[in-house]
Unconditional design. Structure first.
Length: 353
């Protein structure tokens, strides 16, 4: 079987892309194969690669590509979380799928419609530019129907109080592209953007503890990767400053799905991001997000202006200026029995030479 590596700028690591049609459909057998792949990748120096994308041409007439995300966890090669998605990995999968012949060659203006099997999201990846090993995209998460704000709040309201170490902390749980818990960093003793970006192990542990509490509230394993969590506060130059966790620590920027979820949350009255956005007059239209690794602009389009009555519905969210670097392909020895017969013959010939 052939594996591909592609790295989306801003992601904490490259994505390992595999052909889903060559792998078992049932989770137990699938994850067993992926554990073998991780062991092989680790032996080749790829222990840091913790994102896996499974892709294949979509049988659905509205989509070009089916994509399933698998988050590899630390603590052993057989530890995974399949509950959520990753926008950066979806872009990496599009680039790898085109390189492998699964999709037509990417050219500016191409739109690849991706069905996210983990979450049911519809993602349109529009190619802005193509260079030798790099592709630039504008990414849009499109809703098949207007989604009322109430359906985006998994706990039933714009805020929820979590119990953490004897303290009560207010968070907003929002489910858009991924499920996130957003907490005002000032409630954790962090006073501004510079302090947020410079914070170390103490804040990291506090957010990890809150994330585990949020997972338990949703009935999810507290040791997994989902829901995600991010601390937010007013940005020094406007907009919202954010610092988020990933596996296994601080995210260098913010997940693409995190940017989408944060922009959505900022349009839902009463949430923590909504309140912060109004402190900086950044509540409607484009939301400027500042992260430790740079800035990103996201637009969440709703059916009507969000106001204090809590009405409104999400239509789509769009993120521009994302780019992916293709890093190469290689034969995955432990899964060689799963590759196409023609590929096996070509590999045998190349080895003979």
């Amino acid at each position: 079987m052939i594996g591909h590596l592609a790295h989306a700028a801003g992601a904490p690591c490259p994505t390992f892309v595999l052909d889903a049609a060559r792998l078992p459909r049932e989770d137990t057998a699938l994850l067993s194969h992926l554990a073998e792949a991780r062991r092989y990748l680790t032996s080749a120096g790829g222990a840091h690669v913790l994102k896996i994308a499974l892709v294949e041409p979509s049988a659905h007439p509205m989509f070009d590509l089916d994509y399933r995300f698998v988050q590899a966890l630390t603590g052993g090669p057989d530890r995974f979380d399949v509950r959520g998605s990753c926008g950066h990995s979806a872009l990496a999968a599009v680039v790898a799928a085109a390189r492998s012949g699964m999709l037509p060659r990417l050219v500016p203006g191409t739109r690849v419609r991706v069905r996210v099997r983990n979450t049911g999201d519809s993602v349109v990846c529009e190619v802005d530019r193509v260079e030798r090993d790099e592709v630039g995209f504008t990414v849009t998460f499109v809703q098949p129907r207007p989604v009322p704000f109430a359906e985006l709040l998994p706990t039933g309201g714009p805020t929820t109080v979590l119990e953490d170490g004897g303290e009560r902390v207010e968070v907003s749980m929002v489910a858009s592209a991924n499920t996130y818990a957003f907490v005002d960093a000032r409630s954790l003793g962090v006073t501004g953007e510079a302090a947020l970006f410079a914070a170390g192990a103490d804040l990291l542990r506090r957010l990890e503890s809150l994330r585990a509490a949020a997972a338990e509230l949703l009935g999810w394993p507290p040791g997994g990767a989902f829901p995600k969590i991010a601390a937010v506060l007013p940005g020094e130059a406007g907009g919202i400053a954010v610092r988020a966790l990933t596996v296994p620590g601080w995210h260098p920027t913010l997940a693409l799905t995190g940017a989408v979820c944060l922009s959505t949350a900022a349009r839902i009255p009463g949430t923590v991001p909504w309140r912060i956005a109004r402190e900086t007059d950044a509540g409607d239209g484009r939301l400027d997000i500042t992260t430790p690794g740079g800035e990103v602009a996201v637009t969440a389009v709703v059916s009507r202006s969000a106001d204090t009555d809590g009405g409104g519905a999400l239509l789509w969210s769009s993120v521009a200026r994302k780019h992916v670097t293709f890093q190469g392909s290689f034969a995955l020895a432990p899964l060689s029995h799963l590759q196409f017969e023609e590929v096996a013959q070509c590999l045998a010939l190349s080895e003979a030479v």
